[in-house]
Design a protein around this ligand. Sequence first.
Ligand code: ADP
Length: 334
Amino acid sequence: MIEISGLTKSYGSTTVLDGIDLTFGDAQIGAVVGPSGAGKSTLARTVNLLERPTSGTITVNGRDLTALSGRELRAARREIGTVFQSANLLRRLTAAENVALPLRHYGVSDVEVRRRVHELLDRVGMLHRAAHYPSQLSGGQRQRIGIARGLALAPSVLLSDEATSGLDPDSTQSILTLLRELRDDLGVTILVITHEMDVVRGIADQVARLDHGRIVERGSVADVVRRSDSELSRALLPLPPAVLAPPGHRTWSLRYDIASVSPFWVAGVGREVGADIAVLSALIEEAGRGSVGRVTIAVDPAVDDHVLERVLARHGLVPERAVLRAVPGAEPAA
Ligand code: ADP
């Protein structure tokens, strides 16, 4: 587990991180998102102890790493493995030699290095590429090697710093699957720093939004997405553009308000209000053992607004008035 408390980083009079508090437990994937310039890279460099915070603490498994120096700090760095953007492998070394680097740096014996590198390459599905050089590997394969290297010293925390940036969608998905497996199999805490919302939706248990060096919103991904009025909610689950409503129909933008919305709600609501429901756009995903979603529907205006709202509420759906105004051509229903 990692506990970041009151973390502040200033360069001269510029405060880049301003009192960050974040805790992610064992076998949990926590994501930190934010726009360019929010302080994500600085947070990554501070968390993996490449830079010292101006104040605050970073506690891993009960030990404050920021209080250490010298030999202790060197030993403590093992607790946090890092996977960098585009893997950052050394070009002149093979995949196996890249994975071996941290082990050699910490003076692990040759026999043990060979055993461990074999095990790690096997774990990330890259044994068959052990003797390849980075230039002979795809972006996704290089990132697998980067992950194996990040895990070499059996850290408690794996920090993924924009690790899927620049990968194609298939490679991104396969890396996310691997990270989920590592969380489940090794119980490692994974801290994902990213600007990609798909990545957060795909793997994160918890998410925090960083803006101007502060955490401005946080929560489990499912909870955040079920919030109607939050910027992070809309970024994580954007409502896709809607097709045109049937003539004379009124448009409603809805959000799944509970985890257990029935997959048959469209028919159910239609039956109860006595009119067919047209679905104009929908984005529905699994999150936190339930579904989250945003949907645009069109309904015959003969259906009373209040009746419709009550029926929708019984099915676990609520209208999103803020979005309604933003849907082109939509006539606000309330
Ligand atoms: P992000 O990764 O979210 O894009 P960064 O952590 O790179 O954000 O940068 C956040 C802010 O901190 C930026 O305004 C950047 O100019 C500033 N910054 C980053 N590193 C330094 C530094 N070494 N000295 C001064 N300012 C810095």
